[in-house]
Design a protein around this ligand. Structure first.
Ligand SMILES: NC(=O)C1=CN([C@@H]2O[C@H](COP(=O)(O)OP(=O)(O)OC[C@H]3O[C@@H](n4cnc5c(N)ncnc54)[C@H](OP(=O)(O)O)[C@@H]3O)[C@@H](O)[C@H]2O)[C@@H](O)CC1
Ligand SMILES: Nc1ncnc2c1ncn2[C@@H]1O[C@H](COP(=O)(O)OP(=O)(O)O)[C@@H](O)[C@H]1O
Ligand SMILES: [K+]
Length: 520
């Protein structure tokens, strides 16, 4: 299990460790790791052009010491001093080994004050900075740009002149290496208020910051490299964690020698309608291919016909809203929602499923119904909801953009407010449940952003629920396996990249699960 922390948690651990070590030890460890990462990122160090963006705190200190190490190996290092103060020891060290500096205080006093008031727009004084020939040459000509503007001490949107430097570095052909955190990204949450550095590589110290795993922060961080500075023993229990392949293999339901289809888990799927049949086929496909012992599918006649044609393994039943799922047979968990419609009949059907005493996964149209009638989610058995940002926004009465900007906050809020387990889908998938660390899924691929893949995910999680996993475990294992299957389908045996259809994800599931279980 990988663990991730907030800035405050990291800072508290650092204080304890620092008190036991000679002054400057941690920064030296950090800077050495950073310099090594830069060396690895460069085709050759000697003669390469390194530009350091230096803010007023210790993040700038790390960058200055690392820059000095690179200068000692023959790199041409230029530090752009952007803060009101500069780490003295780091600056002296860089100068001692021949590093040069460009002090923005000399040219941009107006940018500092007025630019800050003007926010992040490139107008007036900020524009003057952006066209300063020395800055343009340095940043445009760098092989590596080291972002030491702010680290875990950053708060709120980047102020000037940092915001302009972040924007200029994004336009440079050089490799951007973020020190600890890409400046402008909230290290604890991944939120980005204004301008932020877009790094190819983030070298983070001591422990992973949660904001490096969660979008929009995650997509600003590029590749992550962690440098051990000895913090491990002093870290608290994490608020954010990530499952690895072996973690998932250990948790997934197994086929034991004495298994039979009922013991392995029967999942009921209520999805599709006479008008929409695709979502039902995909959800059933997810459940069948993820290893359900048996799938019972109940819906309108048209959906039943399509599911039967595609998945003869499923036991199907045509039902009416009046009779609900009473006669469908015993299941250990339900998947409710994809393509079922949102009219009164669908509401009656949803009610009959949610009245049951087994875990229910609610997705898609089921979530729309729950938005209109929150009482549907008030039940004594466990409930897992699997919204994308739009669906969660409607449930919480919050604009979709706000959900996407503050994923961690809203996933936790929904779990607390609705009393359910929440799997929030999107470019970062989060699983939140009250009293548990939020699980971030790191498998997956942007190719998943295609119609119907969410239905497959619902089927997988339903199969895992029926196999006996809790909502929390089923959701996080399903997200992992779904993302892995998608990657394999998109990447193929040669590892290239290609578009995938939702059905490809379902079909790839046994191979994905095989790669996990081979090692257990
Ligand atoms: N502690 C340790 O043991 C170790 C720590 N290490 C390193 O130290 C880093 C933390 O250093 P830190 O605490 O000095 O804070 P840091 O992130 O450099 O900047 C804070 C300053 O930035 C400014 N500022 C803030 N927000 C801003 C904004 N939006 N826009 C513009 N400016 C903004 C504000 O300055 P002001 O504006 O007040 O002058 C504030 O004072 C950490 O990430 C890691 O790299 C490693 O060496 C390993 C050992
Ligand atoms: N940019 C992205 N990167 C990775 N995964 C994504 C991205 N966008 C969407 N996904 C994933 O694709 C799936 C889409 O599900 P959903 O939004 O319910 O679509 P649908 O309703 O069409 O099935 C989810 O698992 C989601 O996490
Ligand atoms: K930084």
């Amino acid at each position: 299990m990988l663990t991730a922390y907030t800035s405050d948690e990291i800072r508290a651990a650092e204080q304890v460790l620092m008190a036991r070590l000679p002054g400057g030890t941690l920064m030296r460890r950090a800077a050495t790791g950073l310099a090594v990462a830069c060396v690895k990122a460069l085709p050759r160090v000697y003669g390469s052009r390194v530009v350091l963006l230096i803010g007023s705190g210790d993040n700038g200190g790390d960058a200055l010491y690392a820059g000095a190490a690179l200068a000692r190996r023959g790199a041409r290092v230029h530090a752009i001093l952007a803060g009101a103060r500069t780490h003295e020891g780091g600056l002296a060290e860089l100068r001692r080994v021949g590093g040069r500096t460009y002090d923005l205080r000399g040219i941009s006093d107006p940018a500092r004050t007025e630019g800050a008031k003007a926010g992040t727009s490139a107008s007036g004084p900020a524009k003057a900075l952006e066209t300063d020939p020395m800055l343009v040459n340095l940043i445009g000509g760098a092989d590596v740009i080291v972002d030491g503007l702010v680290g875990i001490g950053g708060t709120g949107a980047l102020r000037e002149p940092y915001a302009t430097l972040a924007r200029m570095s994004a336009g440079s052909p050089g490799i951007v290496v973020a020190v600890d955190v890409p400046s402008g990204v909230d290290a604890s949450t991944g939120e980005v208020e204004g301008e932020a550095v877009r790094a190819h590589l983030t070298v983070t110290f001591g422990a992973v910051k949660a904001g490096l795993l969660i979008d929009p922060g995650a997509s600003h961080a590029g590749t992550l490299r962690q440098v051990d500075i000895g913090l491990g023993p002093f870290l608290p229990a994490p608020g954010v964690v990530t499952l690895t392949g072996p973690d998932v293999a250990e948790r997934m339901p197994r086929a034991e020698p004495e298994s039979n289809k009922y013991r392995r888990g029967v999942v009921g799927v209520v999805a599709g309608s006479d008008r929409f049949t695709g979502a039902a086929v995909l959800a059933v496909g997810g459940a069948v291919r993820a290893g359900a012992g048996l799938v019972r599918f109940a819906s309108a006649a048209e959906a039943v016909q399509q599911v039967r044609a595609k998945w003869p393994e499923a036991v199907t039943k045509i039902i009416t809203p009046e009779e609900g799922v009473r006669e469908v047979g015993r299941v250990q968990a339900w998947v409710l929602g994809p393509g079922m419609g949102t009219d009164d009949d669908a509401h009656a059907l949803a009610r009959s499923v949610l009245d049951s005493d087994v875990p229910v996964l609610v997705d898609a149209d089921g979530l729309t119904l729950a938005t209109r009638d929150r009482s549907l989610l008030r039940r004594s058995a466990p409930t897992l909801i699997t919204p994308h940002a739009g669906e969660l926004g409607r449930l919480l009465g919050v604009p979709v953009e706000e959900i996407e900007e503050r994923r961690l906050h809203h996933a936790r809020l929904a779990a607390a407010e609705l009393g359910v387990t929440v799997l929030l889908k999107g470019s970062t998938t989060l699983v939140a449940e009250e009293g548990r660390p939020v699980r971030v899924n790191l498998t997956g691929t942007p190719w998943l952003a295609t119609g119907g893949t969410g239905d497959v995910l619902a089927g997988i999680a339903g199969a895992f629920l029926a196999g006996g996993l809790s909502c929390y475990e089923a959701a996080s294992c399903a997200a992992f396996v779904h993302g892995l299957a998608a990657r394999m389908a998109a990447g193929g045996p040669e590892g290239g990249q290609a578009p995938i259809a939702a059905l490809d994800v379902a079909l790839e599931l046994p191979s994905a699960i095989r790669t996990l279980t081979a090692s257990r």
